[in-house]
Each structure stands twice: as C-alpha cells, then as structure tokens.
Design a protein around this ligand. Structure first.
Ligand code: ATP
Length: 610
C-alpha cells in the first residue's frame, strides 16, 4: 500500500488562475498567472522604476558634467575656481543620489521579490497538502521537492534579477543612447550600427551557454539524486558490501558533472572575453572617428571624453539583458511547472458547505457501511470489484488475507484518500463524501506499520504541533498506552528532539508514540494497518496491551498478517483478490475449515520452525 497521509480542506491554489490547459498557450497563461502574485506590489515596482531612473540618470550625468568642465572651462583656460567647485559639488551630489537610489531600489526589489516568492511557496505547499493521494501516486516526491525549492528559487531570480535588469539595464541603454545623440548624433549613429553585431554575437553565444548550463545542471541533479539514494540506502549498501561498486558509479557521475561544469565555465569565459573585445573594438572605432573629428575641430574634446565613457558603459546593459534572457527562459519553464500543480484540483473534494453533513466526533457511534462498493486505482482494473460490508458501532474487526488482497485499499477508502467508483462508504449512515474531510479525519484515526514521525520533540510528535493540546494531556495519553516509561528514559524525556522520521527510536518505540497520538485525538473509529508487524514479541505485547486500552469503546479495524493479532477480534474478515471470502469469529472460521484455517496452520508451522 502506498503511504497514506492526511489530506484535508477544499481546493485551493492562487485565486484568479485559469484552469490548466496544456499546450501552446500554457506558458503564457502560467506567466500571467504567476505575475498576479506581483499585483499587490504594484506601488513598490513603481517605486523601483523611479529609483532606477534617478540612479541611472545621476550616473550618466557624471561624464556629461566632466565634458562641460573640459570644454567650457579647461579648453578656454578659465580661472573661475567657483565654477569648478560648483561642478564638484554637483558631481558629488550625483554620486550620492546614485548610491542612495541604487540602495533603495535594491532593497525594494528584494522586499517585493522575496514576498512574492514566499507567497508562491506558501500557496504551493498549502495546495500540495490538499491534493488527493492519486496525485502523489502520479507525481514523484523528488520532483515535488524540486518544484517547491528550486522552481520557486528560479522565480525568485526572475523577480529580483531579471525584472531589475529589464528595468535598470533597459533604461540605461535608452538613456545612454539619449545622451550620445544629445552630444553628437553622427558618432551616436556609429555606436548604434555596432548594436546588431553585438546582438548577433550575444544571442549565438547565449544559446550555446544555455545548453552547457542546462547540461551541467541536469548532471548535477543526477549526482545529487544518486547521492541521496545512496545515503538513504546505506544500510543495504554496507550489508551487501556494495561500497566499491557504488563508489565507482559515483565517480562516473562526478566525472560527468565535472566535464559539463568545465565546459560551461570555459564557454562563459570565452563569451565574456569576446564581449570585452567587441567593446574595445567599438571604443577604438569611436576614439579613431572622434579623435579625427576633434583634431579637425569638428568635435570638442570634452564631448569625446563623455562619448568614450558612454561607449564603455554601453555594452554592460546589453550583456546583462542577454544574460538574464537565460534566467527568463528557465523561469517560464518553472512557472509552467508550478502553474500546473497549482491548477491541479484535488480529486477527492470537500462537500459544498450547504450540502455538508458535519458530524461531531463525540456524538459519532462508529457504525461503518461499505455499501456495494467498487474501486480501482485505475478505474478499468478494479482492485475491489464488489464489497458489501457492515460494521457495528464498537465492533472490533480483524482483516487478514494475502498480499495485495486489497486490505489497505479498503482502509484508504474509509479515510477518503480515494473515492469509490461505485457504491457508498457510510459512517453512522452518512456518506463520507458529505462529511468535511477535516472532521472525517478526526473521526477516523489511522495507525500504520511504519508510523511517521516529524523532526521535533516527542511532545510535538504526539500532539502533532497543536498548541491547544497541553503537556499534561500528552503525558496522560503516553501513560495510557504504556509509552511513558520509555519516554522518561530518553535524555530529555518528553522534550527529546527526534531526528528525521524519528530515526533515534526503535520501531516499537515509534509505534508507541503513534498510539499515544491516537489517544490524544480520540477518534471514534480506529484503524491499525499492520501496526504490530515490525515489533518483537515483547514490544508487540506492550503494543497489544496499548491496543486493548485504545480500542475500548471504539469501532476498531485491525489489519494483520500475524493471526495472533486478530484472533480475539469480534469478527475476522478474510480477503482474497479484493473480496471478502470468509468472515466470522476465530472459532467459526476454524470450524469452516477454509482459507482462514489454512492460514492458521501455515502460521503454526512457521511458529514451530522458529
Ligand atoms: N497507490 C496505488 N496505485 C496503484 N495500485 C495500487 C496502489 N496501492 C495499491 N495498489 C494495488 O492494489 C492492490 C491491493 O493493494 P493493497 O495495498 O490494498 O493490498 P493489501 O491487501 O493491503 O496488501 P499487503 O498485505 O501487502 O499490504 C495491489 O494489487 C496493489 O498493487
């Protein structure tokens, strides 16, 4: 059975987003939809625009001022020192203005960009946690982690770098051209003529650079995936003495990444140097043309100086914009991926509020009816072709059967991780599709074979980070299920911090914590899916005792391969190929002499051999 996690609440995602339409326009739709996140920051972006305008104007006015000093003062041999002082003050003010507004612009941009991405991340996480299990069956967890981390990071780069470059460098280019045309239209036209050459070189190189970058990135992700897989499977690697083999495979991946990285760095250097050479050639051209004009007294020396300053700055924004083009392309891909997830509607939906039939946990009797249900993960291949099962309030039902018989699937249907294809699942006579999922999951408590513990303290793991559950309630629950002595023995007792998935605890200890969790939340229906399968006989006994206590007064469904776990149930269901083939108490089933008896004898023989 695939891992079962809680999913609750209704469809979410960003508001104003159109439904997913794969194909041509989806990139554009994704782009538009993600841009809606920037809408609340309109004023900030306007502020950024003005800051950039002021900072760049202040920067570009500086060579202009120097040209005035050269032509209007030095060239005419003026002795007016106050003019020089005035220009000096204006120059300094411009430098301060440039610094202040660049600082402000960067801060505003980071503020808006980080806010936007934090909001996207929050919506994405919230949305993913509301999606149905069928979504997680289709989506690889690894790629979801990439979506939440690196795709949002790429979008963050878009808002903080690409947008800035478009605003600042675009404006800079326009203003440089404006100043150049103001100074000398003829020379300005020569500069403009260089533009297409620069653009062709930049685009050609950038396309190649993008390929090398993508190659390096994909080899890096392969290397990371390989490392992650090896770390989680280290136990197996050591047990099978696979260290050498895995080292060889790692070295191969490492070498692949190294080559791709070197190629990327090399092409980057070549591109940047080519760009520098082009810039210098343009400079030589301007110096030559401008110098000749200056010698012929057709151009003032100050103007030539300003021109040279501008032409030196001219290439920088072009380089920046073309380099951001790559990030922009990655952004559109990331946006499209996130947009698809944000537009995925949960297949298991909450009822409309006016049609919902809320059930109070404390009033629930615990009657369960699987009324003529059919279900298949793939609808064309039913895992449960037909089932009609009725469970009384407070009854303890054991479920046994072959591997893949559909036991966990049945439980998944009762939890509404999936919806039945036909028929109804009812609790106290109410179709569970009419019960808000949040309430359903309070009514039905599930303990699985491998309980999931979060990194955090024991106390938080028992109360699932809910602040309204007191420390005393947690301790009481732990005492009730017999987990208290074990927790007390830990270094920090209830405040002991557990590492990821509770790896500092034994399987039995983790299971006891999950039993305590159930006690805290007091569900009316309790499900144990192979909850004792991994435990040694001593711990199993502890857990069995806990189970006895926990199941008192609750409708309890226990799935187990070990018959000893379910022998004392009020009723035992024997499942085979998605159907209940036998049912009754242990004695009744033994008397029938069917499949259950066969299982029992197998278990006895296995026990005897052990
Ligand atoms: N998420 C899933 N997507 C597709 N098929 C699934 C999924 N989960 C289970 N199945 C299939 O459904 C069938 C029933 O699986 P289920 O986990 O309910 O069996 P089970 O009786 O609990 O088995 P076990 O005792 O081994 O846990 C199996 O054929 C299994 O391959």
């Amino acid at each position: 059975m695939s891992s079962l996690t809680h999913s609750s609440a209704s469809a979410g995602g960003p508001k104003n987003t159109p439904p997913a339409q794969p194909g041509e326009g989806s990139k554009l739709n994704a782009f538009r939809s993600i841009l809606t996140y920037a809408r609340p920051h309109r004023l900030t972006f306007l502020g950024i625009f003005f800051c950039a305008l002021l900072a760049i104007s202040a920067d570009l006015l500086q060579p202009y001022l120097v040209s005035i000093v050269i032509d209007k003062h030095l060239a005419v041999g003026s002795k007016d020192m106050s003019f020089l002082v005035q220009i000096g003050i204006i120059y300094s003010v411009l430098a301060i203005v440039s610094f202040a507004f660049t600082y402000l612009q960067n801060n505003l941009l980071q503020f808006a960009g980080q806010h936007i991405v934090a909001r996207i991340r929050k919506d994405l996480f919230g949305h993913i946690s509301k999606l149905s299990m069928s979504f997680f069956d289709r989506f690889h967890i690894g790629s979801l982690v990439t979506n939440v981390s690196s795709d949002t990071e790429t979008i963050s780069q878009f808002f903080t770098q690409v947008l800035l470059s478009l605003i600042r460098d675009g404006m800079m280019l326009i203003l440089i051209l404006f100043f150049m045309f103001q100074l000398d239209p003829m020379l300005a036209w020569y500069a403009v003529l260089i533009l297409p050459v620069v653009a062709v070189v930049a685009i050609t190189f950038r396309t190649y650079l993008r390929k090398t970058y993508q190659e390096a990135r994909s080899r890096l992700s392969r290397l990371i995936a390989f490392t992650a897989e090896n770390l989680s499977g280290m136990f197996l690697i050591q047990a099978f003495h696979q260290e050498k083999e895995q080292e060889r495979r790692f070295a191969e991946q490492n070498e692949n990444y190294f080559t791709a990285n070197v190629r990327q760095i090399r092409s980057n250097v070549i591109f940047n140097r080519t760009f520098d050479i082009l810039g210098n050639l343009a400079l030589v051209l301007i110096v030559w043309l401008g110098g000749r004009a200056a010698l012929n007294m057709e151009l003032q020396v100050g103007v030539l100086y300003a021109f040279i300053s501008y032409i030196r700055q001219f290439f920088q924004p072009i380089n920046q914009i073309t380099s951001q083009w790559n990030t922009f392309q990655s952004t559109t891909v990331s946006m499209e991926r996130l947009w698809r997830i944000l537009n995925t509607q949960p297949e298991v939906k909450d009822p409309d509020p006016d049609q919902a039939k809320p059930l109070k946990t404390e009033e629930v009797q615990g009657r369960i009816d699987f009324e003529n249900i059919t279900f298949g993960y793939d609808p064309s291949r039913p895992v449960i072709p037909h089932m009609d099962l009725h469970i009384r309030p407070g009854e303890m039902v054991g479920i046994v059967g072959t591997t893949g018989a559909g036991k966990s699937t049945m439980i998944a249907l009762l939890n509404r991780f999936y919806d039945v294809s036909k028929g109804k699942v009812l609790i106290d006579g109410i179709d569970i599709r009419e019960i808000p999922q949040e309430q359903l999951h309070r009514i039905v408590g599930l303990i699985q074979q491998e309980p999931f513990l979060f990194s955090g303290s024991i106390i938080d793991n028992v109360r699932l980070f809910r602040e309204d559950v007191s420390r005393e309630q947690v301790m009481e629950a732990c005492r009730f299920v017999g987990a208290h002595p074990m927790i007390e023995r830990l270094s920090d007792g209830y405040d002991t911090k557990l590492s990821e998935r509770g790896s500092g605890l034994s399987a039995g200890e983790r299971q006891l914590i999950s039993f305590a969790r159930i006690m805290v939340f007091q569900p009316r229906i309790l499900i144990l899916d192979e909850a004792t399968a991994n435990l040694d006989s001593h711990t199993e006994q502890l857990v069995q005792e806990a189970l006895q206590s926990v199941s008192r007064g609750r409708t309890t469904l226990v799935i187990a391969h070990r018959l000893s776990t379910v022998m004392h149930a009020d009723r035992i269901l024997v499942m085979k190929d998605g159907e209940i083939v036998e049912e009754g108490s242990h004695h009744q089933l033994m008397a029938v002499g069917g499949y259950y008896q066969e299982l029992y004898h197998h278990a006895l023989q296995a026990g005897a051999k052990e």
